[in-house]
Design a protein around this ligand. Structure first.
Ligand code: PLP
Length: 506
């Protein structure tokens, strides 16, 4: 029993949400509270009787908002964005309204069917090869997962079991009935030799997935000389080095838009490697940059994907679909269902048995699933493909504008990786007379860049991230936020110039 009356409060709730966005730029992007700020402000336990909603709502502004980092703020230029939109918010609200743990088709046919349809729309929008469509002859298709990390764990575990099944078969076992002690022992031995691979700058989720899958993990080098991208020869050498040690590479994450610099691995070269090692599951992680594939000028990147087992990108990063929403495509759904489909009697139903429906529970790790396709559908319909392209291109243009500003001060800054997918990375330049030794110069550039980053970071007016790639300390600036504008990019540039010029850094 609660005293919540929806009819009365509903309009007020919407007003508050709109008001939040309307006043966003008046707030600082970062909170100015200290760790542990919230506990002394809350009672030690929940109230024994329900409170009226206005009292709860007042605490959002009083207690919660002061502790928020505003990811939708135009001065948020850190990590990658998690762009929200009103159609996305409304999609989330309807999804909550219809709450269902829609694991089987019969659990809510619209939830499964809309997901299949919008994922086909998106595959076509980003020019994914046809083998990833739900009606492809090879049985491909897409599914929405929460995050790229969940996708990658799912792909890694499916890849591991696919390799186990394959090696059991080649040893004379029937992989569909390999539950004999002998087969189980051999499967355990095989798993002990398996190694997952990821580029040096692949997101850490690949290593995490290998830990979860209980297999080894090796990185494929991606040095600055190859723009931090994995080349086909680096991948080939790592595979061969593993094999020489008696290990079995079974999985590789290729990255389209790495987290640190938005590097794109050599997908065409890697496609040739895939043809030579067809048993290795190659997954393309395009978590952030994948959204740019809706623009024709990026679609030359997709044809090599026909040689890869799977692909993902996060609509919740750059395609205006509220967190969380990662689209995961496979060429062969059977690779997933052979691993994840376990059907106790209580999950059986005539629709599943008819073979006419998709039960997405068999494609993923959890059983229950949210109605995420609704917010995707709302976003696609309200913006239209052209509207989304304009948004993506706007962010890319701002990235180029920022890169141009850096170039205008070559005395102060070095661009480490030029604007790519609205991300530019750069360093503060040491004075040319400081030292002639290469190594010392590198150290000095790192020290100055870190000092400038810390000055901007401490002021808290903008939220940026820094990182280290192959020993190079870089500042990253991302201009793909929905509210990003030239004036904010200019302002952050001026703040960086002031920080780089501060006397005490020298
Ligand atoms: N892959 C790449 C390339 C990323 O940049 C990120 C996060 O920024 C991830 C994976 C992890 O994303 P998620 O939070 O969806 O797991």
């Amino acid at each position: 029993e609660s005293n919540f009356t929806l009819n009365y409060h509903h309009p007020m709730l919407f007003e508050k949400i709109v008001q939040y966005y309307d006043t966003l730029t008046e707030r600082p992007v970062l909170p100015s509270i200290s760790p542990g700020y919230l506990k002394p402000l809350l009672p030690p336990g929940p109230p024994s009787e329900g409170e009226p909603w206005p009292q709860i709502q007042a605490d959002i502004e009083k207690l919660i908002q002061p502790g928020l980092t505003h990811w939708q703020h135009p001065k948020y230029m850190a990590f990658f964005p998690a762009n929200a939109s009103y159609p996305g918010i409304i999609g989330e609200m309807y999804s909550s309204t219809f709450t269902a743990a829609a694991f089987n088709w019969i659990c809510s046919p619209a939830i499964t069917e809309l997901e299949t349809i919008v994922l086909d729309w998106i595959a076509k929008m980003i020019a994914l090869p046809e083998c990833f469509l739900s009606d492809s002859p090879g049985g491909g298709g897409g599914i929405i997962q929460g995050t790229a990390s969940e996708v990658i764990v799912t792909a890694v575990v499916a890849a591991r079991e696919r390799m186990v099944r394959k090696l059991l078969t080649s040893s004379g076992f029937d992989p569909t009935s390999h539950e004999t002690e002998e087969a189980l022992d051999l499967a355990a031995t095989i798993r002990g030799k398996l190694v997952a691979l990821g580029g040096e700058h692949a997101h850490s989720s690949t290593q995490k997935a290998a830990i979860i899958a209980g297999t080894r993990f090796r990185t494929v080098p991606a040095p600055q000389s190859s723009n931090f991208a994995v080349t086909a020869s680096a991948l080939r050498s790592t595979i061969e080095a593993c094999k020489a040690k008696g290990l079995e590479p079974y999985y590789f994450t290729a990255t389209l838009g790495s987290t640190a610099t938005c590097a794109v691995d050599d997908l065409e070269g890697i496609a040739a490697v895939a043809r030579d090692y067809p048993d290795i599951w190659i997954h393309v992680d395009a978590a952030y940059a994948g959204s740019a594939l809706i623009c024709d000028e990026y679609q030359h990147l997709t044809p090599p994907m026909q040689h890869f087992a799977s692909f993902n990108f996060n609509l919740h990063k750059w395609l205006l679909v509220n967190f969380d929403c990662s689209a995961f495509y496979v060429q062969c759904r059977k690779d997933l269902t052979d691993t994840f489909s376990i059907t106790p009697a209580y999950l059986r139903n005539s629709y599943t048995e008819s073979g006419l429906v998709t039960d997405y529970r068999d494609w993923q790790i959890p059983l229950g699933r949210r109605f995420r396709s609704l917010k995707v559908w709302f976003v696609l319909r309200t913006y239209g493909v052209e509207g989304l392209k304009r948004f993506i291109r706007g962010g890319i243009k701002l990235g180029e504008y920022f890169n141009g500003l850096l170039d205008s001060r070559k005395d102060l800054f070095t661009v480490v990786t030029p604007a790519a997918f609205a991300l530019t990375t750069f360093q503060v330049k040491p004075e040319s007379s400081s030292t002639s030794e290469e190594e010392k110069k590198k150290e000095e550039a790192n020290r100055l860049t870190k000092a400038a980053f810390e000055i901007v970071d401490k002021k808290q007016e903008f939220f940026l991230t820094s990182t280290v790639v192959n020993g190079v300390y870089i500042i990253r600036l991302v201009s793909a936020n929905e509210r990003a504008e030239e004036k904010y990019v200019k302002q952050v540039f001026e703040a960086l110039v002031a920080a780089a010029e501060e006397k005490e850094r020298r």
